[in-house]
Ligand binder design. Structure first.
Ligand SMILES: [Zn+2]
Length: 81
């Protein structure tokens, strides 16, 4: 059985002109840790046999993906979990 080791990627320290933004268009947000289920095994009745999760960063406002916006260069960089 495959057993991958997922670890939470450390967040970069943002500069004064950078801010975390929500991919849903909410604007500035704060990253929070969520458990992302990347593997789920159920029996024929839909009962959970095994669930594998990995910690990922999501926006606090709606749990969407994040990107870093840099005011100085007007660039957006998606955050890859
Ligand atoms: Zn949002």
């Amino acid at each position: 059985m495959e057993n991958r080791d997922y670890q939470l990627k450390p967040l970069p320290t943002l500069t004064a002109t950078q801010s975390w933004c929500c991919e849903n268009g909410c604007g500035e947000t704060t990253p929070r840790v969520e458990q992302f289920e990347y593997s789920r095994l159920e029996d024929k009745r839909g009962r959970l046999i095994e669930s594998k999760t990995a910690p990922v960063w999501r926006s606090t406002c709606c749990g969407a993906d994040l990107f870093v916006y840099d005011e100085a260069s007007s660039t957006s960089t998606p955050w890859e979990n």
